[in-house]
Design a protein around this ligand. Sequence first.
Ligand code: ZN
Length: 136
Amino acid sequence: MIRYVNVKSRMRNEFIDITEKVQEVITEEGMKSGVCYIYVPHTTAGITINEGADTSVQRDIQTALTKLVPFEADYSHREGNADAHIKSTLVGVSQSVFIDEGNLLLGTWQALYFCEFDGPRHRRVAIQLIKAVTPS
Ligand code: ZN
């Protein structure tokens, strides 16, 4: 069954730590060993794993992305959010993380981030847990 985590962004560009919300889904489902697949069904958002302790890293990533993909440029897309679509493709819309002993197998400094590129908006993130098959 696909579960959803709701996310409310407050800024046009914003990284939101969803690690705890995803972990809650795993705990509620009682999944001990497997893979957690995290997918963002949006064209102007993304999902990434990076530094969770020092929030300046998120700001540096956002600054670097905006340097690469400025808000205004010679874009064909007339909706005014071409930069957000391009950032979504650069970052990607999915991640998969192993589940080990009921917990997301993230490194000490890693966190799962929902990446908003065209906020503020209400968004949702789809979570699918796949149970590990162990040989009997
Ligand atoms: Zn658009």
